[in-house]
Every structure is written in C-alpha cells, then in structure tokens.
Design a protein around this ligand. Structure first.
Ligand code: AP5
Length: 223
C-alpha cells in the first residue's frame, strides 16, 4: 500500500505543530511530533529533560526508536504527518533507508518565519501537558482562559520558551537543517510556505501546494 508522508519543518514557532494538527484532521492522517512524543513519555522526558530544556537535540537512536514505535500503531498505516523529524542527517538517512518504501509519496514542507516573529510567538505560546494541544494567548486562544479546549487540563508554558533558549534553538536549527533542505530539494520533494500569515491562510497555502503537487489526489478515499 502506498502511504502519504508529510514532513513539517521550520524554525521554532514557525507553526509546524499548528499546521500539522490541522492537516491531520483534513487528511485523516495522524500528526506525529517527536517533541510531543518526548514530552509525554515520562521516562524519556526525565532522562532528556536537561537537553530539551536547554534547546539541544536528543540522541538520534532514541528519536528513531521512539518514531518507529509510534509508526507501528494502527492509525499510521495509511500515512502520517511528521512534525520536527528528521532533524539531523543521521535521522534523515535512517528514515529513507528503513522506513520509506518506493511506493510511498512524500513531501517536505518548510514553513519560513523571521526571527522577530519567532520570539513574538513563543512568548504567548501555551500547551496542554495532558493531550499536547497547542495554543497562543492572542493568535489561538483557548475558549476558557488557561484551560485546554479538548480535555480541560490547565495549560502550561514550555520551559524551553525562554529568550536565551529560543536563541539556542534557532542557532541549532540553522546549523543542522541546511543539508536536509538541500537533499529534499534535490529529490524534488520540497515545498516552501511563508508562515507569517493568519493560521487559516497558511493552511490554505499548504493545501494549494499539495494539490498542485498531486499529493491530495493520491488517496481521495481518505480525504
Ligand atoms: P519541538 O517540540 O519539535 O520544538 P521546536 O522545533 O522548537 O518547534 P516548536 O514546537 O517550538 O514550534 P512549532 O513550529 O511547532 O510551532 P507551533 O505550531 O507550536 O522540539 C522540542 C525539543 O525536543 C527539541 O529542542 C529537542 O530537544 C527535542 N526533539 C524534538 N524532535 C527531535 C528530533 N527529531 N531530534 C532530536 N531532538 C528532538 O506555534 C508556536 C506558537 O505560535 C503557538 O502558540 C501557535 O498558536 C502560534 N502560531 C502558529 N502559527 C501561527 C500563525 N500563522 N500566526 C500567529 N501565531 C501562530
């Protein structure tokens, strides 16, 4: 069976998670964020807390294992949307050597945003520690202030959303993603979307690009 695979990547706060969640509902595919998988796994969240809180990457083998376990679940068999993976050349090679099959259709979507916008967004970001849903105090407020719309859990601020750590995460992103972007470009699987627009507009732009690319026509029965 041919699977549809979308990769979302971009600097911190570019809207990868927000757009991956929307696409997941629209395409009937699961959105899988390696950051969320780590945060919601008590053992790994404890073990790699320091690396995550300091904006450093977690070891490739840990991330690859975590991803493979998640992809084995029933909801990921028709395809999936990856948010924040791969982030290193080792992860990229692991995925293309071990997970992707020749019949799969893949597309990598880069969401581009400027540095000032990254700081602006992360100051207002809140997330649900129970179900992982993401919010923003101004751009995507929850219905009841401070509570998750889906499970009513009190919302929290991420410990890595401080100015110092955001700078670290941005620098790391710029150093590590360049080679991967070049590889996706060579493979003809790269789409670049401008992320500094309303959330709905960014979503429309992504859907239009996927339509043009023929990605949405592949499996019309699950759209
Ligand atoms: P991860 O959770 O992936 O963090 P990140 O890459 O820094 O990305 P963010 O989650 O901060 O941003 P986003 O682009 O998803 O933005 P969002 O949609 O939330 O990773 C965290 C850590 O885990 C890493 O530092 C590392 O330690 C580890 N890790 C994870 N994956 C790994 C891997 N593969 N390898 C190794 N280590 C790994 O939006 C941000 C805010 O802006 C929200 O409040 C949102 O509501 C708002 N917003 C979104 N879109 C818009 C818009 N268009 N207009 C206005 N506001 C918007």
């Amino acid at each position: 069976m041919s699977r549809r695979i979308l990769f979302f990547f971009g600097p911190p706060a570019s809207g990868k998670g927000t757009q991956a969640e929307k696409l997941a509902e629209q395409l009937g595919l699961p959105a899988i964020s390696t950051g969320d998988l780590l945060r919601r796994n008590n053992q790994l969240a404890g073990e790699y807390k320091a690396a995550m809180n300091e904006g450093q990457l977690v070891a490739d083998e840990v991330i690859n294992d975590l991803l493979v376990n998640r992809l084995n679940q029933a909801d990921a068999q028709k395809g999936f949307i990856l948010d924040g993976y791969p982030r290193t050349k080792t992860q990229f090679e692991y995925f293309y050597n071990n997970i992707i099959k020749p019949e799969d259709k893949a597309c990598a979507i880069e969401i581009s945003v400027s540095e000032p916008e990254v700081y602006n967004r992360l100051a207002g970001r809140r997330f649900c520690p129970q179900c992982g849903a993401g919010y923003h105090l101004i751009y995507k407020p929850s219905q009841q202030l401070g509570l998750c719309d889906k499970c009513q859990t009190p919302l929290e601020q991420r410990p890595d959303d401080t100015e110092e750590i955001i700078k670290e995460r941005l620098g790391l992103y710029q150093r590590t993603m360049g080679p991967l972007v070049a590889l996706w470009w060579q493979m003809g699987e790269l789409v670049i979307i401008k992320g500094e627009k309303e959330i709905e507009q960014v979503n429309n732009d992504i859907l239009e690009s996927l339509e043009e690319d023929g990605f949405l026509k592949l499996k019309p029965e699950i759209i």
